[in-house]
Ligand binder design. Sequence first.
Ligand SMILES: [Zn+2]
Ligand SMILES: [Zn+2]
Length: 138
Amino acid sequence: MIGRTARCHCGALEVACQGEPRKVSLCHCRQCQRRTGSAFSVAAFFMREQVSVRGPTASFARPSASGFDVDFHFCPTCGSNLLWYPARLPALVGVAFGGFADPDFPMPEQAVWAEEGHDWVGLPEEVARHARNPKPKA
Ligand SMILES: [Zn+2]
Ligand SMILES: [Zn+2]
């Protein structure tokens, strides 16, 4: 089974992920812009049992547009936000796509909150585009 490790930029925090992500999702929302300092975020969602966290984390929880909290965990030394736990999808953990720094990592299958995105961001046609967040599959 393939194993990949996401790391913060100081290296103190690692998230080891076994197997393929359940979903890779790009988010254009303004909260993700602020969280990442970038134009959009990309999340690799794994089942919680696929993921093991090594190293210290600090956390920050906030409500999402769905009304459920998301609990963001980041490296207390360098601040990289490497993983998050969405209360709306309790079986899953989001891992920061950029933490893998892997050009072969599977590309996003969907882009959400396109209505809050920047006009200059163009994506391949095969990425499903949603104005907001689609309802999670039961
Ligand atoms: Zn760090
Ligand atoms: Zn977002």
